[in-house]
Design a protein around this ligand. Structure first.
Ligand code: NAD
Length: 350
């Protein structure tokens, strides 16, 4: 079990250090090696995704990433920006399935802008296809037609692309409450009619999972109206981009949200959903829980270690129930702790 560890920039090294401590505490036979990605890699080598990192990432079974970016690199040419490193590694490893849980622990229900009874205990998983759809379809561009500019993009999905994300989604649903909602716009878009047809075909392999369908406009409404009706949602790249951000904001606490991006063999890149938070970097106050929960996803999805994943998740629940909070989730009456103390609390709960 070889893990490539990429702390990255800003708060990245601080939060990744806590996730690494948690992984080590499990006493499993992990091999972990660190490399550079993002702004720190640009400073050291001139490239955001240097060859040594590429080699390590390709050889590893999983990658644990903190975050990349910061104002000091914003004025560099596009190829040297830290974000290029992130796009580069996702493309290089052919990570086509993005898994983003939106979980709201009952203790944090007040962090949401929605009424506590609508969101308390929310636990949904959004699966977004990451390498196809209108973001990559050809032809695309802006051209002159009849004396004016016309912009155009192509929404395109092949059957095989839909099928492979379908399998990821059904298998994820099997690990949870066995309910999968596929989101499309089949009343208007032929591309998503095919999406729905293929999802129905794939469902034949998973008789234990209940498949439903929802149009994307309704899905956007239902997510704020009654989000707890969902278990797993699967959708294309563009709809998923929007719905996964909407779902994560239901929880109101960005420091709590993990994510995974998988390839066809369940190799994965695991990272918190938030960025490098330059405003609090180096202060020892960042919330490490999103990164610790990303490590739990790694155990579940890449290594098939469900029991250990649940152990970490339960430790996080225990820590919240015991009243420990970093600044981003602090409320009066709870105990404010820093990054390392939060890591200590998770280790103690483990
Ligand atoms: P951000 O997520 O870094 O920060 C937004 C706000 O949330 C800030 O106030 C920050 O302090 C807070 N925050 C984020 N994570 C936190 C945590 N773990 N604990 C406590 N507070 C936390 O988003 P931003 O400010 O828009 O971007 C900052 C930098 O991060 C930019 O350079 C951006 O390009 C980069 N970024 C990287 C990724 C990634 O690596 N995947 C994703 C988004 C943004």
């Amino acid at each position: 079990m070889k893990i490539c560890v990429l702390p990255g920039d800003g708060i990245g090294p601080e939060i990744v250090a806590e996730a690494v401590r948690v992984l080590k505490a499990l006493d499993l036979k992990f091999e972990m090696e660190e490399a550079l990605l993002g702004g720190c890699a640009v400073d050291a080598t001139g490239k955001p995704y240097p060859e040594a990192t590429q080699k390590l990432a390709r050889e590893a079974d999983a990658v644990l990433l903190g975050a990349v970016g910061g104002p000091q690199w914003d004025s560099l040419p596009r190829e040297q920006r830290p974000e290029r490193g992130l796009l580069g590694i996702r493309k290089d490893l052919n990570l086509f399935a993005n898994l983003r849980p939106a979980i709201l622990y009952p203790e944090l229900a007040n962090a949401s802008t929605l009424k506590a009874e609508v969101v308390a205990g929310l636990d949904i998983l959004i699966i977004r296809e990451l390498t196809g759809d209108i973001y990559f379809g050809q032809p695309r561009g802006i051209r002159e037609e009849n004396g004016e500019r016309v912009g155009f993009n192509t929404m395109v999905y092949s059957e095989s692309e839909i099928r492979r994300i379908g399998h990821v989604a059904f298998q994820a649903a099997q690990k949870r409450n066995k309910k999968l909602c596929s989101v499309d716009k089949m009343n208007v878009l032929e591309c998503t009619q095919l999406w729905r047809d293929v999802m129905i075909e794939v469902s034949k392999d998973y008789p234990d999972v209940e498949l439903s369908h929802m149009l994307v406009d309704n899905a956007a409404m239902q997510l704020v109206k009654a989000p707890k009706q969902f278990d797993v949602m699967v959708t294309g790249n563009m709809f998923g981009d929007i719905l996964s951000d909407e779902a994560s904001m239901l929880t109101g606490s960005i420091g709590m949200l993990p994510s995974a991006s998988l390839d066809e063999k369940n190799k994965g890149l695991y990272e918190p959903s938030h960025g490098s938070a330059p405003d609090i970097a180096g202060k020892g106050v960042a919330n490490p829980l999103a990164t610790i929960l990303s490590a739990a996803m790694m155990l579940r999805y890449t290594f098939g270690l469900e029991a250990e994943a649940v152990r970490i998740e339960n430790a996080v629940k225990r820590v919240l129930a015991n009243g420990y909070r970093t600044g981003d989730i602090y409320e009066r009456g709870t105990t404010k702790v820093g990054t390392k103390e939060m890591g200590d609390a998770v280790l103690a709960a483990l």
